[in-house]
Ligand binder design. Structure first.
Ligand SMILES: N[C@@H](CCC(=O)N[C@@H](CS)C(=O)NCC(=O)O)C(=O)O
Length: 205
């Protein structure tokens, strides 16, 4: 195996951030598109927890957390400011409320969807505040925090686009549009059929 192998799922926000980081770094990987209800045997062998993304390196190392894949792909110039606490907040509280807002009936004893939405809103207000100071979350350049958070803010926005667009958060709106219109995001959203072991490799990057 000469190239890393990435098990990915196009619509997964964790996989999106990993694909963006890999594209940004210019590292080419073999992309294997996963359908979550029909996960490949090989992926489950190397990463029994069964989540995507998973990156298998040529030396056999397995990276099974999107943040580890981003940190492996990006050089230190991408780690700026409070990137770690922003990602922790996103992957923790933000994601918790996003899921319960979007898929409220899948959870036992959730708050009302609107209450979960309000919790997410307080994060968005703090992002908007930051984006008043700089073009991106931690600096005037795009950094790891922007790549890591944008797919989740996008998912929240798309849950009720009209409501999101009506918020008075101009800096956040402009940031999200810039992130989603960027080539990096558009290229990371290319469509691929479900991977089968007998397929010719699809190279990504
Ligand atoms: N902490 C993991 C989370 C990855 C994750 O939860 N991915 C979802 C898809 S968006 C998944 O694979 N879920 C497994 C399932 O739904 O069974 C990471 O950052 O990579």
């Amino acid at each position: 195996m000469d190239q890393p192998v990435l098990y990915s799922f196009r619509r997964c926000p964790y996989a999106m951030r990993a694909r963006m980081a890999l594209l940004q770094s210019g590292i080419q990987v073999e992309l294997r598109e996963v359908v979550l209800r029909d996960r490949p045997e090989h992926m489950m062998e190397i990463s029994p927890k069964g989540t995507v993304p998973v990156l298998l390196l040529p030396d056999g190392t397995v990276l099974e957390e999107s943040l580890d894949i981003m940190l492996w792909a990006l050089d230190d110039s991408w780690l700026v400011g409070e990137w770690k606490s922003l990602i922790d907040g996103n992957d923790g509280e933000f994601k918790h409320h996003l899921d319960r807002y979007k898929y409220n009936n899948r959870y036992e004893n959730p708050l009302l969807p609107e209450e979960h939405r309000s919790h997410v809103l307080s994060f968005l207000e703090s992002y908007d505040h930051r984006l008043k100071e700089s073009s991106y979350l931690c600096s005037d350049e795009c950094t790891i925090a922007d790549i890591a958070l944008a797919p989740f803010v996008r998912q929240f926005a798309n849950t009720n686009r009209e409501w999101f667009d009506g918020l008075s958060l101009p800096n956040l709106h402009s940031w999200l549009s810039r992130m989603l219109e960027d080539e990096l995001f558009r290229n990371c959203m290319a469509k691929h059929p479900q991977w089968k072991p007998e397929d010719e490799p699809i190279m990504f990057g």
